[in-house]
Design a protein around this ligand. Structure first.
Ligand SMILES: Nc1ncnc2c1ncn2[C@@H]1O[C@H](COP(=O)(O)OP(=O)(O)O)[C@@H](O)[C@H]1O
Ligand SMILES: [Mg+2]
Length: 1107
């Protein structure tokens, strides 16, 4: 997942100022205060532009974790707070992305943190560069070379518990992708004097202590060593143990590292044998032995140690023993052998030890280089890391310090050249307006030391090579002669009167005013150290050793390769290697880490302002800031600048045809960068502020992303288009196939339709033909028929003609008769007009009437009064006659019909007629009653003896005697009663006994109610207030309701001359004593057969269910 980019700047949460360029006001005090403030807040790094100032914290800070590495990875230099990782990242990225070889120059005093810084740079680069098994192995080997070299080349000094006693420059090589391929290490001047003697409070090289503490007993035994440090003269005893350093575990680390770097077991073994031999050499002691010639000869005190050394290294003991006692000098093809006195023997011993050790160290470096060198021949990019011993001022400064300080002078020189001088010169060269900044150029000091004719090193070489007695004093004298006038050289004997009074300067010393301060050098030992002499006998003895490593370390001991020319002196060797180094550095892009030591006590949290101030001064940091401030932070030739940023502006992208400078001008104008932010030099663009550069970088990054998007877009477009075209092609093919198919189908359909249409047309045509043929045939037939008709017509016409002829003949006869008649009538007209017309008319009428009646007689209808038939009238003029005749006939036959009835029958028909008027179409029961003759007395009261009493009680004529049901109001149940109607009364009597229950005069009956349905229920309502009404109305039911109601009506009418009210309704009220009860008729179910049932619903409702 892409890491979210958070735009930050070193300005965020800044303590003091992160970049000294931003310091206001700028002076020494504010500079130191700013450093102190930051140091107190654990900010040990501060920038001067792109230079990193690092103050040794003397304690581990949590700012080198893998998370921090990730934080600084691929971020702009000024984006985060100052850090050595930022510089490393910048260097690595410019190496990888801009193909510029880099060098990282780490300078500072001993103990200021250079070695640590170099390790941090390497570990950062290792962490961010490529990954993979092979790459990891290379990285591991590069990193593991450090512990090996540190064990052999570092020692505890008063300033630093892990002080590098050699200069180291390491080229790390990368391929074009930025993956490490390998490396080359160069070492400079190991401080070998330390092997035999260490200043007070210091130690020998770590490896001696590590072997003795860390090796197993067995291994020690093999090396013929004892664990006790005090057994060895070469090991300074006063600080054999260092606080916080575990020699034993470091020994394991070193062996492990040697294995990783690629040392074979036998190589490691040999290396430790040499180390052991060196250690044991120190234990060889000499004693004087008087010789015959009166001179002292040195003899080895205790040969045991010598024996062991020889066993260890495979050297012939006698050879070595002799080499410690004699010295062979070859001159003019003659060998002269002189004895060595004790002092010379000790000198020889120490020289051997120093040489053994320093050559072993160089061999180690070569061996490591063999392992880590890049395996491929491809072009490499190089990042050089220079960790060289810092400027040193001790109490006693000797040749080594002189050399070391010379080296630092050179480094300062290159710093000045690359930053201060180069910067100013560049402005002038480029024609940029510029105010000159004064700074101290130490070239003059370099010249004092390295000048080929008058330089101190040249003087020393001259002395060393000069025949005759040469001592350090003669050397000093020489210096006094040659350099006395030099501003930076001081000595007691100097002719320059300035120093004559300077008693602080002893006679055997000279003082050089280095850029970093005055250093007084003891001249003692300069000549010897420069000569670096090892007696030939010793080197030959070593060469003869039966030990491949030792043999290889002393190639000059091979007698076959005897070289009389003196080997180059240490000073000139060093000068040469420093010159090479400087040349090498000048081809690379420098990155500076300037280490500052905050105190002399190796203690955390202490910031010694005076000490720091001194370092700031001699490092020229203030000038550095001034130059930076006055100038431009960044410059670049026009071509690469345009190349890098051309995509930011339309005119320059993708190609700019004109000169690069014009392109850059256009570009910057287009981007709207303020004019004061940049200047145009002759060949370079100068950007004043780093932020402007970062802005450009950001824009570029953004733009590159856009361009990538564009490319992607075009590619996608192309891909889609290709796909689309393919799809289109496919679609066309499919469509053509489909169209073919559909057209085929359509064609087949049309074809079959055409066949159908064709067949219809053919059929139609055939039928037409047939029709025509038929027509023709019919025409023929018709012609025949017509012909026949024609013939017929002809014949009939002939017949008619003949008939007409005959009729005409007859007509003529008639007309003739009429004519005769007319003639007769004209003759008899007067008689005819008076009688004949009338008579004819009457006669005709009579004749017609006669005929009419005769015909009617035969067509008479039946005598039934209901027969509607009547013959049609024959003549219109008889219309009224005919109707009259019909009426008369009907009346007549009705009379005839009536004449047959008796009086009894007439009465019965009258009653039936009355019933019809009352109930027809009103009551459903009526039609059923039409066919039943009204009998009136159904009960034979007079005949039946049972009713004798009843008969006696009623003396009037009984019109109706019948059994009815009286409905009981309480439960709707019926009770049988005899219903009697006489001329004046209605009577109800018990059916069994015949006793009269009620008697109502007809005048008291007001109304009879009944339903419209097919039931026999009826109520007889009585006049209110009458005597009979006290018991209430009667609710009765009878099978002869129609007859009883009709008779009651007729009898009432004839007796009271009033029409009895007969109410036909499905719901009526009946008065029972006090209450009125509603009788309701409903359409009931047939479950009780055809008998209507009466039920009491409640006090006031009786319900009659009629089926
Ligand atoms: N960045 C650092 N963080 C913690 N301790 C440091 C750091 N740099 C230096 N030191 C301490 O200072 C000591 C001296 O540093 P070193 O790099 O050996 O000095 P130089 O190489 O300049 O003589 C180291 O052993 C270590 O204890
Ligand atoms: Mg160091």
């Amino acid at each position: 997942m892409a890491k979210m980019e958070v735009k930050t700047s070193l300005l965020d949460d800044m303590i003091g100022v992160g970049d000294m360029v931003l310091l206001e006001p700028l002076n020494e005090d504010s500079f130191i205060n700013n450093l102190k403030k930051r140091f107190d807040h654990n900010e040990v790094y501060t920038y001067i532009g792109s230079v990193v100032i690092s103050i040794n914290p003397y304690r581990s800070l949590p700012i080198y974790t893998p998370e921090k590495v990730e934080e600084y990875r691929n971020r702009n230099f000024y984006e985060l707070s100052p850090h050595i990782f930022a510089l490393s990242d910048e260097a690595y990225r410019s190496l990888r992305d801009q193909d510029k070889d880099q060098c990282i120059l780490i300078t500072g005093e001993s103990g200021a943190g250079k070695t640590e810084a170099s390790k941090l740079v390497m570990s950062y680069v290792a962490a961010v560069c490529g990954k993979g098994a092979e790459v990891n192995q290379v990285k591991e080997q590069l990193l593991q070379s450090n512990p090996v070299l540190e064990a052999f080349g570092n020692a505890k000094t008063v300033r630093n518990d892990n002080s590098s006693r050699f200069g180291k420059y390491m080229d790390i090589e990368f391929d074009f992708k930025g993956d490490p391929l390998g490396g080359v290490i160069s070492n400079y001047l190991l401080e070998k004097s330390r092997v035999v003697k260490q200043p007070r409070g210091e130690r020998n090289f770590h490896i001696f202590y590590q072997i003795l503490s860390g090796a197993s007993e067995e291994f020690l035994c093999k090396l013929k060593l004892e664990r006790d440090f005090s057994r060895y003269n070469y090991l300074g005893l006063d600080s054999a143990r260092v606080n916080g350093v575990d020699d034993a575990s470091n020994f394991r680390t070193v062996r492990n590292a040697m294995q990783i770097v690629g040392f074979m077991d036998h190589e490691t073994q040999s290396v430790f044998e040499v180390v052991a031999a060196v250690l044991k050499l120190g234990n060889i002691e000499f004693k004087p032995e008087s010789r015959a010639n009166g001179l002292d000869e040195s003899k080895i005190k205790d040969k045991n140690e010598l024996k062991e050394i020889c066993e260890l290294t495979g050297i012939d003991q006698s050879v070595l023993e002799r080499a410690f006692s004699f010295r062979t000098v070859e001159a003019k093809q003659e060998k002269v052998s002189t004895t060595l006195n004790v002092a010379q023997a000790y000198y020889a011993r120490d020289a051997l030890a120093k040489n053994l050790y320093s050559r072993l160290f160089s061999w180690l470096v070569t061996r490591i280089n063999e392992s880590i060198k890049a395996q491929t021949k491809v072009r490499k990019k190089v990042m050089g890391v220079l960790d060289i011993y810092g400027f040193e001022i001790f109490e006693d400064n000797s040749f080594e310090q002189f050399i070391i300080n010379y080296c630092n002078e050179k480094l300062q020189q290159i710093f000045i050249e690359l930053t201060l001088k180069e910067e100013q010169e560049e402005y002038i060269r480029e024609g940029i307006e510029w105010t000159h900044i004064e700074y101290f150029n130490n070239a003059i000091i370099c010249d004092l030391i390295e000048n080929n004719q008058t330089g101190i090193l040249a003087m020393l070489d001259e002395e060393c090579l000069r025949p005759g007695t040469v001592t350090d004093e003669t050397f000093l004298e020489k210096l006094n002669q040659v350099c006395a006038t030099h501003q930076h050289f001081e000595s007691r004997m100097s002719k320059c009167s300035r120093f004559l009074n300077d008693t602080s300067l002893p006679h055997s010393c000279f003082r050089i005013q280095h850029y970093a301060g005055k250093v007084m050098y003891q001249v003692e030992g300069f000549v010897d150290k420069n000569n670096d002499l090892l007696y030939r006998d010793l080197s030959q003895a070593m060469w003869k050793a039966n030990h491949s490593l030792i043999k290889a370390l002393f190639p000059e001991g091979n007698p076959a390769k005897i070289n009389l020319k003196r080997p180059p002196t240490a000073g000139s060797q060093f000068k040469a290697s420093v010159a090479t180094l400087m040349k090498n550095l000048q081809t690379k892009n420098p990155n500076y880490i300037r280490c500052i030591k905050p105190n002399d006590k190796k203690a955390a949290h202490i910031f010694n302002e005076a000490l720091v101030c001194h370092q700031i001064r001699y490092l020229g940091l203030l000038e550095n800031v001034r130059v930076r401030r006055a100038g431009y932070a960044f410059r670049q030739p026009y071509e690469p600048c345009l190349e890098r940023y051309k995509m930011l502006c339309k005119q320059t992208w993708p190609h700019w045809r004109g000169p690069a400078r014009a392109g850059v001008e256009v570009l910057f104008n287009e981007l709207g960068i303020p004019e004061e932010e940049f200047s145009f030099g002759r060949s370079k663009i100068f950007i004043r502020n780093p932020r402007t550069l970062f802005k450009l970088e950001d824009l570029r990054k953004q733009r590159l992303e856009d361009l990538a998007t564009l490319i992607e877009k075009i590619y996608r477009g192309w891909k889609c288009r290709t796909r689309f075209l393919l799809m289109k092609k496919c679609q066309v093919v499919i469509a053509s196939w489909y169209r073919r198919y559909s057209q085929q189908k359509k064609y087949q359909k049309i074809k079959s339709s055409a066949i159908t249409v064709q067949s219809y047309i053919r059929g139609w045509k055939a039928r037409k033909l047939l029709r025509e043929l038929k027509h023709l045939k019919r025409c023929n037939e018709a012609a025949t028929v017509i012909a026949a008709y024609w013939h017929g017509t002809q014949a009939r016409r002939e017949l008619r003609r003949l008939k007409d002829e005959a009729r005409n003949k007859h007509a003529i006869a008639v007309i003739w008769a009429f004519w005769l008649g007319y003639k007769v009538r004209r003759e008899y007209r007067k008689f005819f007009r008076a009688n004949a017309g009338r008579k004819i008319y009457e006669f005709t009428l009579q004749r017609l009437m006669q005929k009419y009646f005769l015909e009617m007689k035969n067509k008479m209808p039946s005598l039934s009064p209901i027969d509607k038939n009547w013959p049609a009238r024959p003549y219109l003029f008889l219309d009224s006659t005919h109707k009259e005749l019909k009426r008369i006939f009907h009346l007549w036959r009705c009379k005839k019909y009536r004449d047959q009835f008796t009086d009894q029958q007439k009465l019965i028909y009258e009653e039936k007629l009355e019933a019809s008027e009352l109930f027809k179409d009103k009551k459903a029961l009526y039609p059923a009653s039409v066919g039943q003759p009204f009998q009136g007395a159904y009960l034979e009261i007079s005949e039946n003896p049972k009713y004798k009493k009843l008969k006696d009680a009623v003396d009037e004529k009984i019109i109706i005697a019948e059994v009815v049901n009286k409905i009981n109001r309480a439960n709707g149940k019926a009770a049988s009663r005899i219903f009697l109607l006489t001329k004046n009364n209605v009577l109800l009597a018990d059916q069994k006994s015949g006793t009269i229950k009620s008697e109502v005069p007809l005048g008291d009956v007001t109304k009879v109610s009944m339903s419209s349905q097919n039931d026999g229920f009826f109520a007889v309502h009585l006049k209110e207030g009458s005597e009979a009404a006290s018991k209430g109305d009667f609710l009765l039911s009878s099978d002869h309701l129609i007859e009883m109601a009709t008779k009651l009506y007729r009898t009432t009418l004839s007796q009271t001359k009033q029409k009895l009210n007969i109410e036909i309704s499905d719901e009526f009220l009946v008065q029972f004593k006090q209450d009125k009860v509603c009788v309701k008729f409903i359409q009931g179910s047939q479950k009780n057969g055809n008998i209507p049932t009466c039920k009491r619903k409640n006090n006031r409702l009786l319900e009659v269910a009629v089926p």
